[in-house]
Every structure is written in structure tokens, then in C-alpha cells.
Design a protein. Structure first.
Length: 256
């Protein structure tokens, strides 16, 4: 498996979280690091996008030596990174899962405006699955999301951008119309599916999006169906949230 993402110096998200999740699912993870962040449980303080040359060389090295089955993206910074991904994955039979990381919990922008445009126009048509949270889905679609119906409308809009399957995470949603908090919506181009688990009320959610998308990617690599992969990944995240201990002064990372 391959993770294409930024490095979290605090170890709770990004490349570090993805590789921990892969290992816990019994799959081997390779990586292409796109950016280096100065980051801890309190937020992101600064970022440095790696030159396109070294990102390209990482791709070339990994794909030359490893038979990559599935790949996922995290922090991509800008359009140059997306162009490199297209160069190496467009003609490969690699199932791509896109976690559209746009900003951090402390509202630090992790994807430029040009990067957002490039993601919409170039990366989404390549994706097998996209896993945005509500703020990310709102930015990508321009649709304000306040209800489950809005989640579904936004999912359709993303599907129309070329993504085969769209999973919008409902953790930020307050109006769930009798459904459990944290209900997610999947749209496969034909049908909607709802995923609900016992909602865990906690501040210790650093890296939760990375963990979920990495767990889905790992389950798909093992040959599980998309529905089973999502369900299993959500259970994995819930167990992690329940086990999480306080680390740092801010939002502690999900226990791995």
C-alpha cells in the first residue's frame, strides 16, 4: 500500500498515522512524503512543501520496487503535487482513495486555493473513493451542509465531478433527524448508504480523518468490499477513540 501525504512532527496524523494504521491491519505501507509540518496536538505552526523533484523521485523509487495495490492521499499542499500524482498513477491500476485534507483543526490552510481547484478538476476523476468531512465537502462543492439531506446532495455533486464513490463524514453535523451523531453518508453513483456507530464524545480526535481513510484503504487492499471496508474502519476508529489517553496539551491523537 502507498500513502501520499504530509509528515506530522507530532506523530498523530499524516504519514505517521497512516503507517501505524496500515501495520495494525496487517498490510505493508510505503510512503511518498509531500510536505513537512511543524505540528503538535495544539495545531499546525508551519509547513514546507517538498520540491516536485523529490516527490517525483519518491514515486519513481517506490513504484519501481513495490507492487502497490491501493494508495491514499492526505495533505497535498498544492497543484504541483497533484500533477506528480497524475503522472504516476493515471495509467496504473491502483485503487486511489482521496482524503481531501484542506485545513487543520486550528484552521491552518494545508491545501492552497490553486490546489483545491486542481483537486476538483484533475484528482477527483482519478479517485475510487473520497472521504471529506463536512467543511471539506462544503469547500469542494460550495453546498452548505446542515442536514443529512444536504450530505446526500453534496455527495451527488462530488460524484458528478468524477469520483466513483463518495463518503462524507457526518461528525460535524448537529441535525441528524433521529439518526445517531456521527452518521456518515456513502453514495456509489446509484444508491445511498448510511453508516452509524456509537458516538464517542471526546476532544482527543487528532488524526481521526487520516486514521479512517487509511483503515478503509487497508481493508480494500485485503480484498474486502467497499461497504465492509467502511464499516470495519469505523469500528476501528471508535475503538481507538475509546482507548485514547491524554498526550500533549491539545487534541490528543486517536489511539493506534
Amino acid at each position: 500500500m502507498l500513502t501520499i501525504a504530509g509528515s506530522d512532527s507530532g506523530g498523530g496524523a499524516g504519514i505517521q498515522s497512516d503507517l501505524k494504521t496500515f501495520k495494525n491491519h496487517g498490510v505493508y505501507g510505503a510512503s511518498v512524503i509531500t510536505s513537512i509540518t511543524a505540528q503538535n496536538t495544539q495545531g499546525v505552526q508551519s509547513t514546507y512543501e517538498l520540491p516536485a523533484r523529490i516527490i517525483t523521485e519518491q514515486f519513481s523509487s517506490v513504484l519501481y520496487d513495490f507492487n502497490i495495490k491501493t494508495a491514499k492521499t492526505g495533505m497535498l499542499s498544492g497543484p504541483k503535487v497533484i500533477d506528480v500524482i497524475l503522472k504516476y498513477l493515471k495509467k496504473k491500476k491502483i485503487k486511489l482513495i482521496v482524503d481531501p485534507v484542506i485545513f487543520s483543526k486550528n484552521s491552518y490552510m494545508l491545501l492552497s486555493k490553486k490546489g483545491i481547484k486542481s483537486m476538483r478538476e484533475k484528482l477527483l476523476p482519478l479517485a475510487y473513493l473520497i472521504t471529506p468531512n463536512i467543511p471539506e465537502a462544503e469547500i469542494l462543492t460550495g453546498i452548505k451542509i446542515d442536514t443529512i439531506e444536504h450530505l446526500e446532495t453534496s455527495a451527488v455533486a462530488l460524484n458528478e465531478m468524477g469520483v466513483k464513490n463518495v463518503l462524507i463524514k457526518g461528525g460535524h453535523l448537529k441535525d441528524t433527524i433521529g439518526l445517531p451523531l456521527g452518521t456518515d453518508v456513502l453514495f456509489d453513483g446509484k444508491k445511498f448508504y448510511l453508516f452509524s456507530t456509537n458516538y464517542v464524545k471526546t476532544r482527543n480526535t487528532h488524526g481521526i480523518g487520516c486514521t479512517l481513510s487509511a483503515a478503509i484503504t487497508a481493508n480494500l487492499a485485503k480484498g474486502n468490499s467497499l461497504l465492509n471496508s467502511i464499516e470495519s474502519a469505523k469500528q476501528y476508529v471508535v475503538k481507538g477513540l475509546k482507548r485514547t489517553v491524554k498526550i500533549g496539551k491539545g487534541y490528543s491523537p486517536v489511539e493506534q
